[in-house]
Design a protein around this ligand. Structure first.
Ligand code: NAD
Length: 335
């Protein structure tokens, strides 16, 4: 179908698949979930019951049903743990199926390189990473405000994505071999992509990781990055990024863009306002659309990119690889 309803297949029907299913449902009929694949019968049957999608035990079976015309798809959304993405992406791209893969692109830098190479080998089949914060309205408004000169010369990006997730202690998320990294790979990869999206290319300068759980991955990370000059924008060279990621602390989902003329501040827990504070401390509240729309905007962007060849804010696999390289450097510095 060149345009109109965009049919997706979801590979991996666990926790985050619910956000993509909700996004498709909220897309006013633009996107529909036509197939789900998951070796877990309970998970695939739940997702199929919620969507009316055809259910498959494996991605290979789903892709075969697409290729035979039994369940035609416009693209797949990969929501599995990152360690098994290479074979799934390879199979999808081989079948000319566009891919939107959950973040992080991979659990290791080596797999991220393989995935970026696969995307480069299939230039006619779009492949994206689901860095959903690129679709949070506040992020886009803050980007415009910085570009308009509202904060003066940008000095610092401060971002905390942290909360208490005690359940992660017993899940693949904190298993060093399966996950590849902990709170920083999970939450910090969002932050690194946001830094690159808002500020531009970056270098990781320092990292301190902390481990609350024995023999598991890190539960907290404090990371310093520095940006380069973003040509064609107001972003100067040398913007500092302080990134705080955590799985075992009180919840903070905040983003500040600090300049020598004022600060923009967004708290995801107060989702409908951005605060601008001038140098004298005078605060102004600006209304903004709730970040809850980000998954819907993202899935519609996927449909637009595939069907209309639209230019969107979706992260490419090259962006995913760049975040993976910054992540990998942080993990090595923290050792
Ligand atoms: N964008 C976000 O804000 C956000 C939030 C949470 C998770 N995520 C990302 O989404 C990914 C999945 O996380 P989750 O919380 O949904 O994990 P999860 O463990 O809840 O779900 C993973 C699902 O994948 C299935 N699976 C495993 N191997 C499979 C295979 N070969 N084929 C098909 N399905 C397979 C599992 O059975 C399970 O149902 C991770 O990369 C995670 O970082 C992103």
């Amino acid at each position: 179908m060149a345009d109109g309803v965009f049919s997706i297949g979801i590979i991996g029907a666990g926790g985050i698949s619910a956000a993509h299913i909700g996004a498709a449902k909220a897309s006013d009929g633009r996107v529909r979930v036509a197939a789900v694949a998951d070796p877990s019968a309970a998970n695939r049957e739940k997702a199929a019951a919620e969507t009316g999608a055809a259910a498959y035990e494996s991605a290979e079976a789903m892709i075969a049903a697409h290729s035979s015309g039994a369940t035609p798809l416009g693209g797949v959304v990969i929501c599995t743990p990152p360690s098994i993405r290479v074979k799934l992406v390879k199979a999808a791209l081989k079948a000319k199926l566009p891919v939107l893969s959950e973040k992080p692109l991979a659990h290791t830098l080596s797999d991220a390189k393989k995935l970026a190479a696969l995307a480069a080998k299939h230039p006619r089949t779009p492949a994206f990473v689901a860095y959903c914060h690129r679709f949070a309205p506040a992020v886009l408004v803050m980007r415009k405000l910085v570009e308009s000169g509202r904060v003066g010369r940008l000095v610092r990006f401060e971002n905390a994505f942290a909360c208490d997730l005690p359940g992660h202690k017993d899940k693949w998320f904190s298993d060093p071999r399966a996950a590849g990294g902990g709170a920083f790979l999970d939450m910090g990869s969002h932050s690194l992509d946001l830094f690159r999206f808002l500020i531009g290319p970056a270098k990781t300068l320092g990292a301190v990781f902390s481990h609350a759980w024995k023999k598991r991955t890190e539960t907290a990370a404090t990371v310093l990055v520095r940006g380069g000059k973003k040509n064609g924008t107001r972003i100067p060279a040398g913007v500092a990024g302080t990134i705080l990621s955590g799985w075992a602390e009180s919840s903070r989902f905040t983003l500040s863009l600090v300049g020598d003329g004022g600060t923009l501040f967004y708290d995801y827990e107060k989702p409908e306002e951005i605060i601008f504070k001038d140098l004298l401390g005078k605060a102004e509240s600006m209304p903004v659309e709730n970040h809850g729309v980000r998954f819907t905007r993202q899935i519609v962007a996927f449909a637009d990119a595939v069907q209309r060849k639209a230019k969107t804010n979706l992260a490419t696999f090259e962006d995913g690889l760049a975040a993976a390289a910054l992540n990998d450097k942080a993990a090595r510095l923290a050792e």
